[in-house]
Design a protein around this ligand. Structure first.
Ligand code: GLN
Length: 455
């Protein structure tokens, strides 16, 4: 822990950390040493981890990248934080990891470049003039810059997979419901899912095993699937593995450098004994409008709790209660968050609900069905994570360009399927390229196995 704390102190230019509390970290490290000495160690006892600032933490500030939560201190830890740390009270001990601090992210996890944070940009460690991806940009950059061996992230529409890809590391979003959402600041509740970002699939498997498990009392969408050891099949042979290659992921929108790196990786898989199977995910393009209706709709509802009364920020000057709400929300939320709230309330409003929200829900179901058709002929699906490598800071001047770049990560999110990103090479400007693996429900250990055999 002291090694990583000193690296964090030495590299403020990355912009990854939003809160560090050295005394807390060192006390946790001491407690971990004591448990190791006493022979009661957790699975990852003493290993440092840092958390995306979307997870609430008792001993560190939580902002969700927003001015709205400036000064907010949670009275409890998110379930994921507890499970990786000393354990959920009353549920046995946790993995024993030591928290290094909290990591920068897009405001309320809305974004693809970490440029929507109220607390400054994060720089891509491979090229400081490029974005790290988002919304878990701080998590990916911190791991890539070796400021922490591992980090947590959340993925609503790609926010673990895309920054992992842009920063040349590994990240996995498990099946929706695997990891508890308790204590995760909510963006779009039917999509939000926690997962690890680390150097390798093996490290991700170790963290994911500790993170996941039922939490029905605290998260009503928590799956009743038992905790698993996701490292158990890392070394399985890939002979005969059927890798589905969706035509829609390799169309005109895919940059040639990314395509070349992903194609080369697929060739490697053939050498490892896998068979490539052409498949179709015909509604891939529709995932963009569908996601950008459903996610803002849910966000507009979730963010209504930020009214200046209960959490964090409140405007200084106001005339009456309504004006207090108005001023607080006008000053506390950034532009992208306001845009989503407006889109969300619009698509949910009387007269438009059927035309937008209901339609989007129907197509969401069809997208999930398309995957089930595909999994009849393949075991995992492989393709790019994003159409390009990391772009320049400030390189996307309008939000639509960001939204369009989410095309390959949104389908698995809408279907609730597990997806991961593993580094497979380099593209333009020597920037990392990630390959995406998508599996059927609850097949995380298979995905991690497929990634591990490449690494
Ligand atoms: N880029 C997507 C968005 O802005 C996904 C973000 C996420 O997964 N949290 O909504």
């Amino acid at each position: 822990a002291t090694h990583f704390l000193s690296r964090v102190r030495m590299h403020p230019e990355v912009g990854a950390f939003l809160d560090i509390q050295e005394a807390v970290t060192l006390a946790q490290a001491q407690a971990a040493d004591d448990r190791l000495a006493a022979g009661v160690a957790g699975a990852l006892e003493g290993v440092p981890v840092a958390h995306k600032d979307i997870f609430v933490t008792r001993d560190f500030a939580t902002t969700a990248g927003s001015k709205m939560l400036k000064g907010y201190q949670s009275p409890f830890d998110a379930t994921v934080v507890s499970r990786l740390g000393t354990g959920v009270p009353g549920q046995g001990h946790g993995a024993g990891m030591v928290t290094l601090g909290k990591l920068n992210c897009d405001e309320f996890a809305m974004g693809s470049a970490n440029e929507n944070s109220a607390y400054g940009v994060v720089k891509n460690p491979w090229d400081a003039t490029c974005v790290p991806g988002g919304s878990s940009g701080g998590s990916a950059a911190a791991v890539a810059a070796r400021l922490t061996p591992a980090a947590t992230g959340t993925d609503t529409g790609g926010s673990i997979r895309q920054p992992a890809s842009f920063c040349g590391i590994t990240g996995i979003k498990p099946t929706y419901g695997r990891a508890s959402r308790y204590g995760m600041v909510a963006f779009a509740s039917s999509l939000d899912q926690a997962g690890p970002l680390a150097r390798t699939a093996e490290d991700c498997a170790l963290l994911l095993s500790a993170m996941c498990g039922p939490d029905a009392d605290r998260d009503s969408t928590s799956l009743d699937a038992p905790s698993e050891d996701f490292t158990r099949s890392l070394n399985n042979d890939l002979a005969g593995l059927r890798i589905g290659v969706p035509a829609e992921f390799f169309g005109d929108g895919l940059a040639p450098d990314v395509r070349a790196a992903v194609d080369a990786a697929l060739k490697e898989y053939e050498k490892l004994g896998a068979n490539l199977v052409p498949i179709s995910l015909p509604r891939t393009e529709l995932s963009i409008p569908v996601y950008y209706i459903i996610a803002p709709a849910e966000a507009s509802s979730n963010l209504s709790r930020f009214d200046g009364v209960k959490f964090g920020f409140r405007a200084d000057k106001f005339t009456d209660l309504n004006d207090m709400y108005l001023q607080t929300r006008a000053q506390g939320f950034g532009d992208e968050v306001k845009r989503r709230i407006m889109i969300g309330t619009y698509v949910l409003s009387h007269g438009y609900y059927d035309a937008y929200y209901l339609q989007a829900q129907k197509i969401r179901r069809m997208i999930a069905d398309d995957f089930q058709q595909a999994f009849k002929v393949c075991d995992v699906i492989a393709g790019p994570v994003a159409p390009t490598v990391a772009w320049k800071l400030g390189g996307h001047s309008d939000p639509l360009t960001d939204y369009l770049a989410d095309i390959f990560t949104l389908p698995a999110s809408l279907a609730g399927l597990p997806g991961m990103s593993l580094p497979v090479g380099f593209g333009a400007g020597n920037m990392p390229v990630g390959m995406q693996l998508i599996g059927n429900y609850l097949t995380e250990s298979r995905l991690l196995n497929v990634a591990h055999r490449f690494q």
